[in-house]
Design a protein around this ligand. Structure first.
Ligand code: OGA
Ligand code: NI
Length: 362
């Protein structure tokens, strides 16, 4: 597979469809993929108490030994049972988080011709986009996005980031620097929880040479939210994802035993999830779990998905410390470059890429 260079069809910005009375056929999902709950911006939060685990990171950063240990244990359970958790008191200032959301709302609320100057292509995906995957005739998702590279430095090019709003570039620089630090800490926690050296995962990712990129998802209001999805079911191909989103608009749903749980974010929380590369390195001790996004007819929604990834040309396979006769290596080693070409070509398709690459039982 080579990197595709252009979209198979003209790109339509979902934002331009938001005021239509009905959604175009291209966005109508087959019945078995449609959301199951009645949809409004807030009533869709799961009525049951079921939510992804909540971690108070202050207990880890400042707590005594007992609190630290119990936080590590909670994170371990979250990674093995849910693949998702949210973190409050992570140490990053709420003002910075608010500004990060505001500058991106500012970007998406500009006139179309300003945004079109950043239109992306499937070669790198960098810029303003409205689809994932290049399969002609594919059903599309109800969302636009902006995708940019932060690391490695050789790929970081702030000239490809929006020039307006005026402080967007500074805010994104500051935000990304803080999130990278947070991810570095998480990598230590996750390594330790596997019984490995605390630097194990970071080293496996390439030490200081990791990759990091940001996808800002913008989900416009939708006249028929019960027929479509903002983002189809998928697992994240990379390492760790840190998501910041509006706490008062329902959207993200996480798969838990054949049920879709609508995440209710705490204010200023980070939603953290395990990506496929960490599932592979942990030989499936940690789960990279399917998730999707629902939309609604009365509120638009925005999310910043920060992806912390391995250096793209390193081989990633199960840690030899975690491979035993009774637990053989479940996956062959593969570079992240090879791996992500699959999702970049086919678009979001549940967990099909991991199962496609899985070793057959021996
Ligand atoms: C993603 C993602 C969830 C959301 O960008 O990979 O899962 O709530 N986003 O936007
Ligand atoms: Ni995702």
């Amino acid at each position: 597979m080579n990197s595709p260079t252009d979209w198979p069809e003209p790109i339509v910005r979902v934002q331009t469809l938001s005021d239509l009375p009905v959604i175009p056929d291209r966005y109508v999902k087959p019945p078995d993929q449609r959301p199951t709950v009645p949809i409004s911006s807030t009533s869709s939060f799961s009525s049951s108490k079921l939510n992804i685990p909540l971690i108070d990171f202050a207990d880890f950063l400042n707590g005594d030994t007992i609190r630290r240990e119990s936080t590590l244990q909670k994170i371990y359970e979250a990674c093995t049972e849910w693949g998702f958790f949210q973190v409050i008191n992570h140490g990053i200032s709420p003002q910075l988080l608010d500004r990060a959301r505001e500058v991106w709302y500012g970007f998406f609320h500009q006139p179309m011709e300003v945004k079109q100057a950043y239109a992306n292509s499937p070669k790198t995906y960098e810029g303003y986009g409205s689809r994932l995957g290049i399969q002609k005739g594919a059903t599309l998702d109800w969302g636009d996005y902006y995708y940019l590279h932060y690391l490695p430095c050789s790929l970081k090019d702030p000239n490809k980031w929006p020039a307006l709003p005026l402080d967007l570039r500074d805010v994104i620089d500051e935000y990304s620097e803080q999130v990278v630090k947070f991810c570095g800490l998480m990598m230590k926690v996750l390594s330790q929880n596997l019984g490995l050296d605390q630097d194990f995962l970071q080293n496996a990712f390439g030490g200081d040479d990791i990759g990091a990129c940001l996808r800002v998802n913008f989900y416009p209001k939708c006249p028929q939210p019960e027929l479509t999805l903002g983002l189809s079911s998928h697992s994240d191909p990379g390492g760790l994802t840190v998501l910041l989103t509006d706490h008062n608009v329902a959207g993200l749903q996480v798969r838990k035993d054949d049920q879709w749980i609508t995440v209710k974010p705490a204010p200023h929380a980070f939603i953290v999830n395990i990506g496929d590369q960490i599932q592979v390195l942990s030989n499936a001790a940690y789960k990279s779990v399917e998730h999707r996004v629902i939309v609604n007819s009365d509120r638009e929604r925005l999310s910043l998905a920060f992806f912390y990834n391995p250096k793209s040309d390193l081989l990633i396979g199960p840690a030899k410390e975690l491979v035993r006769p009774q637990k053989p290596a479940l996956y062959p080693a593969m570079t992240f470059d090879e791996y992500r070409l699959y999702i970049r070509t086919k678009g979001p398709k549940g967990k099909s890429q991991l199962s496609e690459f899985q070793n057959s039982p021996r």
